[in-house]
Write a new protein. Sequence first.
Length: 187
Amino acid sequence: MIQIGDHSLSKPIVLAPMAGITDQPFREVCQAYGAGATTAEMVTSNWQLWQSQKSSTRLPDQSWPEPRIVQIAGSEPEQMAEAARRCAEVGAQVIDINMGCPAKKVCKKAAGSALLQDEPLVAQILTAVVKASPVPVTVKIRTGWDQAHRNAPRIARIAEDAGIRALAIHGRTKACLFGSGRIRDHC
């Protein structure tokens, strides 16, 4: 059994979020077929952009199965903390921080897996979000930036010290993008 704060997951399987894929209907299907929890598609930490149709569907709704997990992405500690607080206000029961997305448009903003290159900033973000959030905070990372810069154990220690309740590690580096290690030797 997996325990995240007050939430006990009935099954040890959690659907990771993926933009354009893990929408509400997909999450419902995954839970019907055995996922203990599902996570909504990531939402920007810039809460001023949440009024768009796309972002509004990624914010929690009381109809979502529990625990309602929302993933936020960004690179500014104060903005990430405010986003976590606001997500909890509208019904999120767990906040997940995205430090694993390898997409160019996310990394270009020093968010997602780009954060793995700046361990002091990771510590600032995780500490700020945990302090601001009234609900448990989790984080998703990759094994590192590339094969020469694998720092998941150090990031995990930073997360533990900050009070992160659960950590998921995508078994590839940022350089692997979404490919398989069998396909690309550097993964």
